[in-house]
Design a binder for this molecule. Sequence first.
Ligand SMILES: [Zn+2]
Length: 381
Amino acid sequence: MLQKLLSRVCDDPSIHLEMANLHRRAYFDAQNRAGDKWRNGHWTCMHPECNDRAIGSHTLQKKNSLEAIADPTSRVVVSPRFDPAVGDRVGTNLSYENASVFPGFCEKHDRELFLHLEEMTGAPDPLATVLQCCRTFCRERLAQVHAFEASKNGYDRMVRDQHEAIGRRLEALSGLPLSTISGYTETERLQYRPDNLERIRHLASAQATFLNSFDKLAGSVGDFFCDRARPPHMFIKSWALSNCLDFALSGSDDIGLPGAPVPMFYFVMPRSGVTHLVAFCHIEDEAVLTNVLEEKEVYGLRPGDNGIALFRFFEQLMIDRTNHWFLRPSAWAALSDSGRQILVSEVNIHDRSLYGAGTKLFPSPEKLEVTRNVSWRPRPL
Ligand SMILES: [Zn+2]
């Protein structure tokens, strides 16, 4: 009897709309709650020997990087912002003071761990670069844990809501309480389009596998926080460009094979008259990252070379990959309507390949030159 009733429920055209609405509400509610937790929740310091409450730490430096691209009068930057009604939007009025904040460290560790980096003027030395890598890594790890929990909560809620909604329809059709419909068991989960749920579960498990692949680096970053004599097990490639670019960003990406993720991390720090760009990974993954950088024609760049390939690579990461980016308001204003539209729609597309040309949106800066290209492997700092 259950199967017959179920097929009648699924034949009713109104169920499709109801299920689509359930799906949307479950995910947006979960995202909304997650956003609130990210900003206002109780988070513990990421220093391995500390249990104090985390305050808002900047991933990218407030002074220098964010200030360098903020509008000089209004002091705002342009950045993706989550809107529960539509997904991510491009916000145009984020104060640079509040940009790039994440609940990473307690007040003491936020100050002590990164003091050298914060006091640095001019080109970052190896210690400052490693510290910024650690901060980027911690932010990405926390953001991935958080994103995974948010999508899991959304999924669980959707499965529960589907079960209840289908149960109500079965009861209305049969005139019987659900528990008395023959063929129904208490452990049964009533599902709408199980194949679709299976696909979502598969995506969540890929997300979890990617997150687990961060563990390899997490241990040595924690060791380094406890003891500066133990440098983190990173391979770091850092470049500098002769211009202050219009965007700052940080992010992580999977450069491995399906089922065998390899995380790459990156950031862009524009400063007055110069921009520092970095990509890094676990030292064991150096060959994989090198392949990507060679494919992008940035690995072997030398001082004096044209910096356009580097610019396009990080532009691709900004537009097609990470949503943790900040753009100079005048660069946003200079885009055509269609250019702005592309950026607005790309912030909700997360599955573009890292390979291939990427989305080119911004005009190439004039006289852009590579001024530095350095590789770093674990050694005393
Ligand atoms: Zn702490």
